[in-house]
Design a protein around this ligand. Sequence first.
Ligand SMILES: NC(=O)c1ccc[n+]([C@@H]2O[C@H](COP(=O)([O-])OP(=O)(O)OC[C@H]3O[C@@H](n4cnc5c(N)ncnc54)[C@H](OP(=O)(O)O)[C@@H]3O)[C@@H](O)[C@H]2O)c1
Length: 362
Amino acid sequence: MATASKRVALLGATGSIGRQALEVIEASPTLEVCALSSGSQPLDDLAAAHGVEHFEVGGDLASLLDAAEPDLVLNAVVGFAGVGATLWALEHGVTLALANKESLVAAGELAVAAWGRGGGLLLPVDSEHSAVFQCLEGRSRETVDSVVLTASGGPFRNRSLDELESVSVEEALAHPTWSMGPKITIDSATLANKGLELIEAHFLFGVPYERIEVVVHPTSVVHAIVRFRDGAALAHLGYPDMRVPISFALGYPDRPATPIPSLDLAAGMTLEFRAPDLGCFPLLRLAREAGVRGGTYPCAFNAANEVAVAAFLDGRIGFLDIAALVERALAEASGSAATDLEELVEADAEARRLTEGRLATA
Ligand SMILES: NC(=O)c1ccc[n+]([C@@H]2O[C@H](COP(=O)([O-])OP(=O)(O)OC[C@H]3O[C@@H](n4cnc5c(N)ncnc54)[C@H](OP(=O)(O)O)[C@@H]3O)[C@@H](O)[C@H]2O)c1
């Protein structure tokens, strides 16, 4: 008997995750694309190739999703622009495969409330969170002691603060283990990405911040570890390739085959872990502080970081200025909790204004 297809709305289809997701979908007999979106790149050819009627360039993602009625939304938009789609899927109880971590960071409390009302599945695509999800499956939360997220440490993990002062955009874009879009690649170099992931993990798994640890693990083979109360720890291992967590989320719960090879342990493998250097990479500390303060501080952290990363990529500021700008925005942001999307958008805009203002006078 033929299996019914799962209709996937692929948001951010032209990006790094979007393109890899298309590869996974094209190889699957049970997945089909029903909607596509991009920020500015045209989608006509892609839509025609996949027979997709619903597509949107830089427009309103909630209306696109209303029209397409997907079974699953893969949110691979970059940045705060993904918030509306995340809230739409959670509120409607439509399975959400979430790559767009910024939306859960910025809208964490609203998203968790919408998820509770909608009652659908929220499947992380971030490799670390996919790993935690898998280590936690079928286990009750009371048995969990703590969660460990691994960080490659980025291209600058062995640099001193003095050396970081003058690193170039090209050096920051050369990630040692993952090939990704420009914004997340810079976030990986500053460790803001791990800060965003820390907040994302808090909202996804309901684990308090003091029970989420970040360790540097240069080869990115262990994606996450969950420690349990009996002293056991489960780890998730695999070569760093985003098609694995994308396939896991799109195919859930079937764990379809992928072309990625299994781990070759006999070829030799070093599993090294160490504490991150918060002096050189203050954005990880700032993210944790924003998460613990709650309210719209995580939203302000994300907004200021987005503005600062764009300015760094444009050559307007240096690498270390990114953290300085975010720290300043967090000091000045009101941080009060948002009760709806409108208030959240205002908190995001406030942090952007504060950061743009600093940039203009720098
Ligand atoms: N890449 C990875 O390996 C990886 C791993 C884990 C998590 N993630 C997360 O996945 C998300 C996507 O990352 P990526 O690396 O795939 O980014 P990317 O390559 O920069 O792609 C971003 C996608 O979002 C679209 N977009 C940009 N601005 C938009 C806007 N204002 N409104 C609507 N759509 C917009 C882009 O369209 P255009 O092409 O038209 O600009 C593109 O399709 C991020 O949240 C990232 O943190 C990525």
